[in-house]
Design a protein around this ligand. Structure first.
Ligand code: CA
Length: 475
């Protein structure tokens, strides 16, 4: 560092690593003036980093009766490091005993006691208009640090470089290298801002007359030491994939006057120039065409079913086939698979899934039927409940369900007069019994069915064996 500038009243006195400390040896300044002095000739006022630094300053600086200003002051009621505008943390505090004192409201600037008999190296708040020595530091990062290829970061006692992409080394002095390019049959023009085939080198490629470039026109060396693309090649015009090339040559193969027409196979459409001509400049008119498979409308699975497609050239394009199936309990109605044709339409119609049907059920004699249908009348998922009129009992299952197989879970039940009551009735009411006919009339009037049946049951159980209600003996 240059020390010849002592005419301005400054003195280079100590260097810790790459940081250097300075103070005004001629004049004493008010705090604002001191800050201005530091910023004019150095980086800024000292911001105390740690106890070691404080000890160092106390050991190395000379005694001065009014001590030294540091870069700490009260801003909006908060003690703040002016260089970074960060608030003073509790851990970093280094106040002398009884400080900062609030007896006087205008004590907003901070001095450091250097070589004081007591409390050496401690801080004290003072009115900012007092005159003291300015304590400054000079940052270690310089305009040309890190070779101007990286960020210079100040550290205690030193600095380090955070290199930009493409550079490395302590001072970012090294440049990333890419592989040297030596293309065959292709003309190349390169520019190397940082060195041959290094970071940010760019190479442009061209082809000779009648040839066409396949690949990128420009390659760039990336920070990853790789080129941005593969080296291109030069070829004569060729047929696109799934297509054909038909050329007529006027003067020579793929020379001035040659015309080439492109076409695509069935099911493919040409995208790009349909025909190209070799110009007097040795280039082809138009651009490289390609063949794209013709698309069909997108299909979807039927309700209660699934669809599985296989695509040959692209999603729902020429050659794609889709197979359809139905969930358990449903039957596919329509084609099992469809294919995308060369005209962009599907073969067949959209199939659908129908629930398996069960035989139609009807209410039993003297009974009722109550059905709920999930997918359709008497189909998979339908459930039917049976019931009988009063006085009849249901023989068989109360409910039946239509299964995924298209059959009911059981046989249709029927309604019967309970067997025991029937026997009793036969016993007591047989028309062959004398007097039975006349007595029934009376009973009918008194007890309409089904009460009649209950009554007869009671009567018959009470009667001795072989004797009927009207007092006649059993035949
Ligand atoms: Ca004070």
């Amino acid at each position: 560092h240059d020390t010849s500038s002592s005419s301005t009243g400054m003195l280079l006195w100590v260097q810790v690593g790459a940081w250097t400390y300075h103070y005004s040896d001629k004049g004493d300044y008010m705090w604002e003036q001191a800050r201005n002095y530091c910023q004019t000739f150095f980086t800024d006022m000292v911001a105390i980093q740690n106890q070691e630094e404080i000890q160092y300053l106390n050991r190395s600086l000379p005694y001065h009766k009014s001590y030294y200003w540091i870069g700490l002051r009260k801003l909006d009621g908060v003690w703040t490091w002016v260089g970074t505008r960060k608030a003073l943390t509790k851990e970093a505090e280094n106040w002398a005993q009884g400080e900062p004192n609030n007896r006087r409201s205008n004590q907003d600037c901070v001095e450091i006691y250097i070589r004081r008999p007591q409390q050496a190296g401690k801080w004290n708040d003072e009115p900012c208009t007092r005159r003291k020595k300015a304590l400054c530091y000079l940052a270690s990062c310089q305009p040309f640090s890190c070779s101007q290829r990286g960020e210079c970061v100040e550290t205690i006692g030193s600095y380090r470089c955070e290199c930009y992409p493409g550079f490395h080394g302590p001072e970012c002095e090294h440049v990333v290298q890419c592989a040297k390019l030596e293309p065959q049959g292709v003309s190349m023009y390169c520019s190397h801002p940082y060195g041959d085939f290094s970071y940010n080198s760019t190479c442009e490629f061209g082809c000779h007359e009648g040839f066409e470039r396949r690949g990128a026109a420009v390659l760039r060396c990336l920070p990853s030491q790789e080129w941005s693309a593969n080296t291109p090649t030069c070829t004569v015009l060729s047929a696109p994939a799934q297509g054909e090339l038909n050329c007529s040559h006027l003067h020579g193969d793929f020379a001035f006057g040659s015309t080439c027409a492109f076409s695509c196979q069935k099911g493919f459409a040409l995208v790009g120039s349909e025909s190209r001509e070799c110009t007097a400049m040795g280039t082809w008119t138009g651009d490289t065409p390609h063949c794209e498979a013709i698309t069909c409308p997108v299909l979807s699975a039927p309700a209660q079913g699934e669809m599985h497609c296989s695509h040959l050239h692209g999603e729902f394009t020429f050659g794609s086939t889709c197979a359809f199936s139905c969930q358990k309990g449903f039957a596919l109605v329509g084609l099992q698979s469809r294919e995308c044709t060369a005209t962009g339409t599907w073969t067949g119609d959209t199939p659908h899934c129908e629930a398996f049907a069960c035989p139609v059920l009807s209410a039993p004699a003297q009974g009722e039927l109550n059905c709920s249908h999930l997918h359709g009348n008497f189909t998979f998922g339908s459930t039917c409940a049976f019931s009988c009129q009063r006085g009849f009992v249901l023989m068989g299952q109360e409910t039946l369900e239509c299964t995924a197989m298209g059959s009911w879970t059981g046989n249709t039940p029927h309604c019967e007069v309970p067997r025991l009551l029937l026997e009793v009735l036969l016993c007591s009411c047989s028309p062959s019994l004398p007097g039975a006919q006349s007595s029934r009339k009376r009973r009918d009037a008194l007890f309409p069915p089904p009460w009649q049946l209950h009554l007869w049951l009671h009567v018959c159980l009470l009667l001795p064996e072989g004797v009927c209600s009207d007092g006649a003996g059993k035949p």
